[in-house]
Design a protein around this ligand. Structure first.
Ligand code: PXL
Length: 276
């Protein structure tokens, strides 16, 4: 079946993240990818200074109304970095009004990493994001975002009990299925927790020391592409993790490529995994 995905996140003109990742990655999975830009920035906000920021919140209702008029519906909707708290409410409405019946909703609460919120985000935004998580079939946070959503301390060293508590709190918030990225129980290893229909599974892989910016977006995009192509959540989570590893290795070959991950030269690896 040929499915159509809508992804809602910003355009960082330069920076290998958000829409400049989601569009090519999901398309490479063989899935039609429609976009709703949440904001336009000259670069992403992690490491560049003086970037421009055009908030597109006020364009969203009329774009949605036009789609409704044209009877345009999406088989899946995947949200990433959103530009404002008000926008989160609009996105919740978009979920309800332009999704097909059974539309798959994936929310990456892209707002924080390494224990900190991204510039421009505050507790009000976090609270609004909690409301969007309830609407998601799959929530794809990293451990920092999970800690913010649960009002829990962010830890760099933890055990299974800490992760179970995060999952229990996100479930209590109303999250259905959770793909929790960057979970490391052992030095030199990291992995992904796949919590689906109340069952915990874990895919562990090598930890690569040269972590790159933008890998969360690559991960969530590949996960969505694989899921829409009919893979199980566990297989999609595994494919996305293996693809991110390929991207990080490709990036390590280049000196000074600090702002993003070189995902383009290894898109072929993703396509192979999707078609296996
Ligand atoms: O990769 C997440 C992301 C997306 N968009 C913008 C960002 C970031 C992370 O910093 O700044 C604008």
């Amino acid at each position: 079946m040929y499915n159509k995905v809508l992804t809602i996140q910003d355009i960082s003109c330069v920076g290998q993240c958000s829409l400049t990742v989601a569009l090519p990655v999901i398309s490479a999975c063989g899935v039609e990818t429609c976009v709703l830009p949440s904001a336009v920035l000259s670069t992403h906000t992690a490491g560049f200074s003086g970037y421009t920021f055009r908030d597109l919140t006020d364009d969203m209702p009329s774009i949605k109304d036009h789609w409704i008029k044209e009877n345009i519906k999406f088989d899946a909707i995947y949200t990433g970095y959103l530009g404002s708290t008000k926008q989160i409410d609009y996105v919740a409405d978009i979920f309800d009004s332009v999704g097909t019946e059974g539309c798959l909703k994936v929310v990456d609460p892209a707002m924080a990493d390494n224990g900190k919120l991204y510039p421009g985000f505050d507790n009000e935004f976090v609270d609004a994001m909690k409301g969007l998580c309830v609407k998601a079939d799959y929530l794809v946070p990293n451990i920092t975002e999970a800690a913010f959503l649960c009002d829990m301390e962010y830890k760099t060293e933890y055990d299974r009990a800490y992760i179970d508590e995060l999952i229990a709190k996100m479930t209590a918030l109303g999250a259905k299925n959770i793909i929790l990225t960057g979970i490391s129980y052992e030095a030199g290893k990291t992995g992904v927790v796949v919590f689906e229909k109340g069952e915990y599974a874990y895919y562990e892989h090598d930890f690569l020391p040269n972590s790159c910016h933008g890998t969360g977006d690559i991960y969530a995009s590949a996960f969505v592409g694989a899921l829409v192509r009919g893979k199980s959540a566990y297989d999609a989570a595994k494919i996305a993790a293996d693809y991110v590893l390929c991207c990080i290795k490709a990036t390590a070959e280049e000196e000074n490529h600090w702002y993003g991950a070189k995902f383009e030269p290894v898109l072929g690896e993703l396509i192979k995994m999707i078609n296996e």
